[in-house]
Design a protein around this ligand. Structure first.
Ligand SMILES: Cc1cc2nc3c(=O)[nH]c(=O)nc-3n(C[C@H](O)[C@H](O)[C@H](O)COP(=O)(O)OP(=O)(O)OC[C@H]3O[C@@H](n4cnc5c(N)ncnc54)[C@H](O)[C@@H]3O)c2cc1C
Length: 260
């Protein structure tokens, strides 16, 4: 591994200046994506800025109609503490394995925006508000395609506010080797409509608008029976064809509705 400087700031302002003053810099949270990328030389930062010592970046706090979860909150802590949104607990429990859940963080996953990562589906279906040290984004504006988000260079995710639904469910068909999703579907039912988001199937997370409309009219597995995604826009690789993913999305949708 190449030499790099390491900073452990205790405030967001210090983190921003450490990031700005160190050549090519990278924030590190759980390190489960960043460290493998550094080891394989896909990333070669001059400075690592560790976010772990900044107070106030973790924890779960209800406020009005939202459940706010800090960026540094681990998947295991969400599984243990987000009982107000059962679908979120179900999602956190199927991320990676216990080691990944003990280290990986909400902020790290959404900043990375891997198309097969679970959290983006929950953030989108639950109308998440993403707060940073500079701005606030609606989920529909934040996720911008494969590994792309609205974050500017050096911008720090601080917390995410999930709108609390009447009911929610998450179903994921795991790649048996990586445990990432071949397809995952998050369903959230609100008094004024239903959110449905899909991950793993396409180049990035997306809303399944036909499922949202059908479930808003009638929240039942029957209302979406036989609904499949258009395979034209889906991923096809050695793990699954686009047609298989299109079919699987319908199966995961029915399962998520049944669990909600
Ligand atoms: C074996 C294995 C299996 C996995 N399986 C799954 C799975 O099934 N589902 C799933 O969703 N994920 C899975 N993951 C990924 C896991 O959830 C990671 O922890 C996650 O992708 C990155 O989070 P992190 O906290 O480790 O971030 P890091 O690796 O520390 O950082 C990732 C990126 O985000 C940036 N970053 C981190 N925090 C912030 C912040 N607050 N603001 C701005 N930028 C930030 C970093 O600079 C870096 O670019 C798996 C990982 C491994 C190693």
């Amino acid at each position: 591994m190449r030499d790099f400087a390491y900073a452990r700031p205790v405030s967001l302002a210090d983190a921003a200046s450490a990031f700005a003053g160190g050549g090519e810099a990278a924030f590190i949270a759980g390190g489960h994506t960043l460290l493998p990328a550094i080891k394989s030389r896909l990333r070669m930062p001059d400075t690592l800025v560790d976010l772990a010592a900044i107070p106030g970046l973790d924890g779960i706090v209800p406020d009005g109609d939202r459940l706010w979860i800090g960026a540094l909150t681990t998947h295991a802590a969400v599984a243990a503490g987000a009982g107000a949104i059962p679908g979120l607990v179900a999602m956190a429990n199927v991320i990676g394995d216990q080691q990944v859940r003990n280290r990986g963080t909400l902020g790290g996953v959404i900043a990375n925006n891997d198309p097969a990562a679970d959290y983006p589906a929950a953030v989108l279906a639950l109308d998440g508000m993403i707060e940073t040290d500079r701005a606030s984004y609606a989920a529909d504006d934040f996720f911008q395609g494969m590994f792309a988000t609205a974050l500017a260079d050096g911008e720090i995710v601080t917390r995410v506010g999930f709108r609390m639904p009447l009911a929610s469910g998450y179903a994921k068909f795991r790649n048996p080797a990586s445990r990432y999703a071949l397809v995952g579907v998050f369903v959230a039912r609100f008094a004024d409509g239903v959110g449905v988001a899909v991950i793993g199937a396409g180049p990035g997370v997306f809303r399944w608008t036909a499922a949202e409309a059908a479930l808003t009219a009638d929240f039942s597995a029957g209302a979406v029976a036989g609904l499949v995604l258009d395979a034209d826009d889906l991923n096809s690789d050695l793990h699954a064809s686009a047609e298989f993913r299109a079919h699987l999305a319908g199966v995961m949708l029915a399962q998520a509705v049944g669990d909600a």
